[in-house]
Design a protein around this ligand. Structure first.
Ligand SMILES: *Cc1c(COP(=O)(O)O)cnc(C)c1O
Length: 369
């Protein structure tokens, strides 16, 4: 069977997503139980306990379809965010909202602008629809919104702004975003991905939702990161009613499952878990900065729950050597950064374990040279 003749041409250009290595797989390969995963920016404290309780109760309702409109969750989110429920779309993770947006708006002749490096889902959704991806590298590793605005042409359909950016942890300020919106024509969709919104400390950091009346701004948030519900898959978009209504047209009726909706609703009310997660992350960032300073490694100060750092060795080698010690991180070669590693901020003990392992790995790689 020659599938090349059958497949949509644009699919040939898609490289499948490379997930963070699962804990179970590493445990099996190494024959050890004690494996920590600091690879996918998950919450090291686990899920909100209230979210877990809510999901457990809902198991008894597994025979019922979920609420296709996610009415209760949207009402709670709307109240919390100060928006109307009609300005919200809930997805099977933010990933789905990105894909739905692409399905509703991207066409083969369109250009879609992203930063380089940035989150891979934007490229995937763009390619899926056969639109053209335009990558814009800045001076540093973060988003250069001036350069991204320069890249806009009459064909530009959308610009993705990942804020904080994954994998750099850098943010764009309110002023940068507003200058950008002023420069870019109103027909261009601007997606502000704020998956790590709750972790940010920078007072100049903008709230994407404030710009929704503009009509072209879609802000993305998720329950996968600080709420610790990555396994349930719940994310959402906030935009003008009209924009949301169009995206809703391509959404499957029961896209977010019943347990996930219930868990997210309960987690949203769990202020204590949120606060504790934020504090653990703040302390953890400091702990890791100190270690990188001690080791003489360059890193980017982060507003999120991960840190990008560089060594003088190939990232793949550092990744593998850490893996042998039961520590899973993310080699940033997949982001086009062959010497960088992205590490998720863990608990104090996990960070300590990572730091100790990293010291050993760097010593080992040095003697091998
Ligand atoms: C993790 C992440 C998301 C969240 O994706 P979900 O599908 O909600 O789990 C979105 N954007 C960025 C930049 C991320 O890093």
């Amino acid at each position: 069977m020659n599938y090349d003749q059958l497949i949509r041409r644009t699919i040939l250009g898609i490289t499948p997503y490379v997930p963070g290595k699962p804990i179970e797989e590493v445990q099996r390969e190494l024959g050890i139980d004690d494996v920590i995963k600091l690879a996918s920016n998950e919450n090291p404290l686990g899920p909100s306990p209230q979210g877990v309780e809510a999901a457990k109760k809902l198991l008894q309702e597994a025979h019922l379809y979920p609420d296709g409109g996610a009415v209760l969750l949207k009402e709670a989110l709307a109240a919390k965010l100060g928006v109307e429920p009609e300005e919200l779309i809930v997805g099977n993770g933010c990933d789905e909202v990105i894909k739905l947006l692409a399905e509703a708006f991207f066409q083969p002749e369109d250009e879609v602008i992203v930063a380089d490096p940035t989150f891979g889902e934007y490229a995937y959704a763009t390619q899926l629809m056969g639109a053209r991806l335009v990558k814009v590298k800045g001076e540093g590793l973060g988003h250069d919104l001036e350069k991204m605005a320069d890249a806009v042409t009459e064909r530009t359909k959308a610009v993705f702004i990942c804020n904080p950016n994954n994998p750099t942890g850098t943010v764009n300020s309110r002023r940068e975003l507003e200058n950008f919106l002023r420069r870019v024509p109103e027909r261009v969709l601007v997606i502000v991905d704020q998956a790590y919104f709750e972790y940010v400390d920078d007072p100049a950091y903008p709230n994407g939702i404030d710009y929704r009346n503009d009509g072209r701004v879609l802000t993305l948030r998720t329950f996968s990161k600080i709420y610790g519900l990555a396994g349930f898959r719940v994310g959402y978009g906030v935009g003008s009613k009209e924009l949301i209504e169009y995206i809703n047209r391509v959404r499957e009726p029961f896209n977010v499952n019943r347990l996930a909706q219930g868990a997210a609703l309960a987690a949203l009310a769990d202020g204590e878990h949120l606060q504790r997660s934020r504090e653990v992350n703040r302390e953890g960032r400091k702990q890791l900065y100190r270690a990188f300073d001690d080791l003489g490694l360059a890193y980017l100060p982060s507003e999120a729950n991960f840190i990008l750092f560089a060594t003088s060795y190939p990232a793949r080698d550092v990744f593998q050597a850490l893996l042998r010690r039961g520590v899973i991180v993310r080699s940033a070669d997949i982001f086009g950064l062959p010497n960088h590693i992205r590490v998720t901020v863990g608990t104090r003990e996990q960070n300590q374990r990572f730091i100790r392992s990293l010291q050993e790995v760097l010593a080992e790689l040095q003697t091998e040279q």
